[in-house]
Structures are given as structure tokens and as C-alpha cells.
Ligand binder design. Structure first.
Ligand SMILES: NC(=O)c1ccc[n+]([C@@H]2O[C@H](COP(=O)([O-])OP(=O)(O)OC[C@H]3O[C@@H](n4cnc5c(N)ncnc54)[C@H](O)[C@@H]3O)[C@@H](O)[C@H]2O)c1
Length: 394
């Protein structure tokens, strides 16, 4: 197995695939990008050229864009694109059957030592890996959108992924100049989407139960917690159809999700968020972004809205899925939080987080409001955070 690859193939040249190919080419490796139709490859080439010239104009490249672009081949022939490659990054649509079929084809075409990575955001790595003869070479490499800008990569260990392959993925992320976090168990939603979905479901429940309005929730998250966007604003930005799809994929695999009525109604009536001009907010040419009044920020506490996400982070940590530091890095780089969620919890006080969860549970009764045993134990032992000098951090 090479230390870092010199030739990589990227399968699927859409939103993510073209950006991933660009990042890899910038790092100095050769990339073969493939898709099912020439027009998708042409479109990808145009977008990569545009992005590289923008980066060059901002002096962000150590090389001229043309020589970076020359390392990318746009290849319609799948077999040719993956020939003699050391690493394949799959970025085809988020459909299990398409992914499995892609991996089946790869299994018969690439050399035995080639590492197979998937950029899935919600499907288990192990389910995808079940379609190849040696699942130990399959790993999750979850880039964020847009790959040239977003600094985070979640590296996911499937049930059978070998340690060598995980080590390779970590080095590869390093070589791309990205920060990686290790997701040690193949759980639905990995780190970032688990925490994000927990926050989104809680905020929808809060609105449904009359705790606050959409604007009040978003104002509190933005102006009190310092998040770059409110939960509803972010859902509109990502696309309500995408949020709904990801939540359902997680729910099918045992992650508890409720309060989807607000989402479902909008998706069914085509109000998908920013891209259709309406979602939780309305968008016009004159008002292309959601306007969230700052004066509503104290109607509901940000720590109350985020306590279930903290509880989720504690679940992730206490089940050995990821470390405290990787969880906090994930929310900072993947969700733009101004600081780590566990760090924030220490500042609010873990006793506050615990009583928030109890309050939410009493009012809205969801099983996932039940405080994680580790959280209860820390509070019981007096390790309640910054005020006592010890919480998740010292
Ligand atoms: N869009 C995001 O914000 C985002 C973020 C992180 C991860 N992801 C994940 O990345 C993957 C790709 O998502 P996307 O948003 O780039 O989708 P996309 O629809 O923009 O692109 C997918 C591309 O794959 C091509 N394709 C379809 N079948 C193919 C096949 N058999 N062989 C080769 N190419 C094929 C399509 O023509 C399309 O160009 C998904 O798994 C998604 O969950 C997406």
C-alpha cells in the first residue's frame, strides 16, 4: 500500500465529485474523474476551471491553474478511469443500489491493493462494502460541501475496514491539507449529521410545541450561541428535500427522528428552501437571505435548544465512536460552530444541560431527551464544567 497515492479516481462528477477531484489535483496527485454522460464531465471541467482561477486570483494556489487542471483527466470510460488507480473516491448519488453497483464494478476492475472510499453522508460504509469481495479495503471519506473550501473530512471505519486502510485515509486527508476526524464505528450519521439532525429535530419539536417560533429559535442560535445560521435557516440553505432524505436514511437505521410534519409538508408542496424561493423562510431577489431579527434572541435559551445535541455528542463519545476533541473539531469545521459543543456545554454548566434535558423530556417526552449515563454521572460527581474547573475539559 502506498503512503499517499499518486493516482486517484473519482467516480461521479457532480456537486461533490468535481470538488473532490479539484482538491486532490491541487495536492499534486493525478486524478481521473468519471461520470455516466459527457455533459456531466464537461460541466465539471468548467466548474473546476472557474474555481481554480478564483483561487489563483486570491493567491491561494502555489501553481498556475492550467498545470493543476492538466493533472485531471475527464474520462467517460469507467474501466479506463479506474485502471491502475491506488485510491477510488466514490461520489455517485446517495442511493444504496447505485453505490453497491459501483463498488461491484470496481471490485472486478481495480487492482487488489486499491483502496475504495465512499463519500456517502448517510449510508453505512459496511452496507456499501458488502458488495466487494474484500471489505477491509473500504473506508468512508466524508468531504463537506464545497470540498475546496471546507476543511473537514470524516474518516469512517466500516465493520471490516483494516487499520492500514484507516491509517492511509488519515495520511491522505493530511496530504490534501484537510483536518480529519476518525469515526471509529459505522453509526448512522457519523458525527456531524448525528449532531445536526438532533439539533434540527429538537428545534422543530420546540416550534410544534409552542416553545418558540422559527425566528425566535434561529435568533437565539445565531445571536446567543454564535452559530453561523439558525437551524431553520440552515435547513433552507441545505434544501429541505436533502434534510428530509438524510433524516429518513438515519431513521431507517435506528436513529430516532420525530417531528417531521413541518418538513414533509414543505417537501410535498415543493417548498424546498432557498433553491425554490420558499421553505421555512421566503426568499426574493431583493431578500435572498433569511432575515432573522436579533431582538428575538432572548425568547428561548440557546442552551435549551442545543442540550439534546450535547446529549448526542456524549452518546458518541461514551460509545467509543469518536473522541471529545474530534467531536468538537467536527462541529467547528463541519457546522461552523464558534467553539466545540462539549466546550460550550462546559461553559453553560453540565447541571444546566441535564436540567434542560429533563425539562424537555417532561414537556415533549422523547426518549432521546433522556440524559446519557455519563452526563448524569459527571453532574453527580460535581464535574459540571468551567465553574468547577472540571467537565469535559479541565
Ligand atoms: N451535496 C452535498 O452537500 C454533499 C455533502 C457531502 C457528501 N455528499 C455525498 O456525496 C455523494 C454525491 O453527492 P452529490 O451532491 O455530488 O450528487 P450529484 O447528484 O451532484 O452528483 C452525482 C453524480 O454522479 C453521477 N453518477 C450517477 N450514477 C453514476 C454511475 N453509475 N457512475 C458514475 N457516475 C454516476 C451523476 O451523473 C452525477 O453527476 C452522495 O453520496 C452524497 O450523499 C453530498
Amino acid at each position: 500500500m502506498p503512503d499517499t497515492p499518486t493516482k486517484v479516481s473519482v467516480v461521479g462528477a457532480g456537486t461533490m465529485g468535481h470538488g473532490i477531484a479539484e482538491v486532490i489535483a491541487i495536492s499534486g496527485a493525478r486524478v481521473a474523474l468519471t461520470d455516466i454522460e459527457q455533459r456531466f464531465l464537461d460541466n465539471a471541467k468548467e466548474k473546476i476551471s472557474w474555481s481554480l482561477s478564483r483561487m489563483a486570483a486570491k493567491s491561494q494556489l502555489g501553481e498556475d491553474p492550467a498545470s493543476i487542471l492538466s493533472r485531471i483527466s475527464f474520462e467517460l470510460d469507467f474501466a479506463k478511469a479506474v485502471k491502475d488507480t491506488e485510491l477510488v473516491v466514490e461520489a455517485v448519488p446517495e442511493k444504496l443500489d447505485i453505490k453497491k453497483e459501483t463498488f461491484r464494478k470496481l471490485d472486478s476492475l481495480v487492482p487488489r491493493g486499491t483502496i475504495l472510499a465512499t463519500n456517502t453522508s448517510s449510508l453505512p460504509i459496511s452496507e456499501i462494502a458488502s458488495s466487494v469481495s474484500d471489505p477491509s479495503r473500504v473506508v468512508g471519506l466524508h468531504f463537506f460541501n464545497p470540498p475546496p473550501v471546507m476543511q473537514l473530512i470524516e474518516i469512517i471505519r466500516g465493520h471490516d475496514t483494516s487499520q492500514e486502510v484507516v491509517d492511509f485515509a488519515i495520511k491522505f486527508a493530511d496530504r490534501l491539507g484537510k483536518k480529519s476526524v476518525l469515526v471509529n464505528k459505522d453509526v448512522p450519521g457519523f458525527i456531524v449529521n448525528r449532531i445536526l439532525v438532533r439539533m434540527m429535530v429538537t428545534t422543530r419539536l420546540a416550534v410544534e410545541n409552542g416553545l418558540a417560533t422559527v425566528e425566535e429559535v434561529d435568533s437565539s442560535l445565531k445571536y446567543n450561541a454564535g452559530l453561523p445560521m439558525g437551524a431553520f435557516e440552515l435547513a433552507d440553505y441545505v434544501g429541505l428535500d436533502v434534510v428530509y432524505f438524510v433524516e429518513n436514511a438515519l431513521a431507517e437505521r435506528g436513529f430516532q427522528v420525530t417531528a417531521q410534519k413541518m418538513l414533509k409538508e414543505r417537501v410535498e408542496s415543493g417548498r424546498l428552501g432557498m433553491k425554490t424561493g420558499a421553505g421555512f423562510y421566503t426568499y426574493t431577489k431583493e431578500r435572498p437571505r433569511a432575515e432573522i431579527p436579533r431582538e428575538l434572541s432572548n425568547k428561548v435559551s440557546a442552551s435549551l435548544l442545543l442540550s439534546p445535541a450535547v446529549n448526542e455528542a456524549v452518546w458518541i463519545m461514551s460509545n467509543g465512536v469518536a473522541t471529545r476533541d474530534d467531536i468538537d473539531l467536527s462541529v467547528k469545521l463541519g457546522l461552523g460552530f464558534p467553539k466545540g459543543l462539549l466546550r460550550m456545554a462546559d461553559e453553560w454548566g453540565l447541571d444546566t444541560v441535564l436540567s434542560n434535558l429533563e425539562q424537555l423530556k417532561k414537556k415533549m417526552g422523547q426518549p432521546w431527551f433522556t440524559p446519557e449515563p455519563l452526563l448524569s454521572k459527571m453532574v453527580k460527581e460535581g464535574d459540571v464544567g468551567a465553574s468547577r474547573g472540571k467537565g469535559f475539559y479541565d
